[in-house]
Write a protein that binds this ligand. Structure first.
Ligand SMILES: [Mg+2]
Length: 253
């Protein structure tokens, strides 16, 4: 039985609205005992907040350990690859919690790392401080590089826009962890003791969810409930294994 790695925004819900068929699909996986993990680039929510959000939307039996975010992957990636632990963070509570769980400390001076996740309250001063650390030699690491953040029918700036700004200013390219980069997947596979052939990536975004699977030779299912549909496949030259309109198509009684 393969483990579904399920995207959240555009796949399970869109902001504060359920996607049709999503609750039924999760209930089906639970009833059959089929394994799944929510794999999201959203680094802003803690595991508790992510769970509460889904419970508020009517999903049942959601647990904190069901979530693997780009924040968690980033903290684990740095902890695994480097011995230093001082970081300057741009991010919200999800990233802060993940870094603390891996024993990172937050500093204003002499940071070893600048870790950048979406922070909807960050300002010019904070971005410039991050730049100072990067120019002083701190390693520059980004949770994800999403260009856009869907927000009530509009698009706000995604974390990738901030990362790009700091790359432009510093001339330093960030290490990127989240989908479509294989790093998030490699960290997850090691953490959950899974192999590539054991998983199916399920998501709405060709440039992140499906690209990760396409480039990594992993089975993918694209659901046309979010940012992309079939018409985008040839344009982006990213090919899912299977395309569905609604998650109910995956329910087999
Ligand atoms: Mg999505």
């Amino acid at each position: 039985m393969k483990t579904y790695l399920i995207d959240l925004d555009g796949t399970m819900y869109s902001g504060n609205t359920n996607i049709d068929g999503a609750r039924e699909f999760i209930a089906y996986l639970q009833e059959k005992g089929f394994p799944y993990i929510f794999l999201t680039n959203n680094a802003t929510r803690t595991k508790t907040q992510a769970k509460e959000h889904m419970l508020n939307l009517g999903f049942k039996n959601i647990k904190e350990d069901d979530f693997f975010t780009s924040a968690i992957a980033t903290a684990k990636y740095i902890a695994k690859n480097y011995s230093e632990r001082k970081c300057f963070m741009i991010g919200e509570s999800g990233l802060e919690e993940a870094l603390k769980e891996e024993n990172f400390i937050f500093v204003e001076d002499k940071a070893d790392f600048v870790v950048v996740g979406l922070d909807r309250k960050a300002n010019y001063t904070k971005y410039s401080e991050a730049l100072h650390h990067i120019l002083a030699g701190a390693k520059f690491i980004a949770t994800n590089s999403d260009r856009l953040l869907a927000n009530n029918g509009l698009f706000d700036l995604g974390n990738g826009a901030t990362v790009n700004m700091l790359e432009y200013a510093s001339g330093v390219e960030a290490i990127k962890v989240g989908k479509p980069y294989q790093t998030i997947l490699n960290i997850l596979l090691e953490d959950k003791n899974l192999k590539k052939e054991d998983i199916i990536l399920l998501g709405d975004n060709l440039e992140t969810d499906i690209k990760l699977g396409y480039e990594g030779n992993i089975e993918t299912i694209m659901v046309c409930s979010g940012v992309h549909d079939e018409n985008d496949i040839e344009r982006l030259k990213v090919y899912p294994t299977k395309v569905i309109k609604n998650l109910r198509e995956l329910i087999k009684e």
